[in-house]
Design a protein. Sequence first.
Lengths: 114, 112
Amino acid sequence: KAGVTQTPRYLIKTRGQQVTLSCSPISGHRSVSWYQQTPGQGLQFLFEYFSETQRNKGNFPGRFSGRQFSNSRSEMNVSTLELGDSALYLCASSRGALLSNEQFFGPGTRLTVL
Amino acid sequence: KQEVTQIPAALSVPEGENLVLNCSFTDSAIYNLQWFRQDHGKGLTSLLLIQSSQREQTSGRLNASLDKSSGRSTLYIAASQPGDSATYLCAVRGNTGNQFYFGTGTSLTVIP
């Protein structure tokens, strides 16, 4: 069974640009969560989608947004990039709506903002 | 807000040694706790998931325990190997919302 896939794996952008990252969950998984990982802040929760609806959102500015499609694939978008947005963006999928479900992570997208 | 702490931040041990990694959390109202390993610059690999009603989980050389009332979890690694070298992260999920709160991790180096 294929794991969680994320594209692209690496991305370089300049300040002010916008970026879209993609995540394909494990087949059959309907919940997708996004996290930002930086050396200073560690792993921080961005948002979670289930059945195309955002169920939970972390404490990030409105420049960070996401969506989920009917096939459970998810995208996150960051507009007006800032230097501090440089990070590893990780996506995780889980089977369903239950909090007890185990989360499985993808390899991440490394975003560098110049 | 849930705060998760992992001690020590870094650990270096000779191959073959048994070791314990610690995770503590401030709010005991958790739904479950999951241990992950992360190789440098890579994604997270799930190691063990402990539901709040459970006391421990085992997988191969790994054993994780959970004491919800005291806000603590430990990950025990038996007979460590150089391939165990990685950063180990614990994450707790609260009773509301579907987000994990992550610790800052323990960087483990196993010396051959």
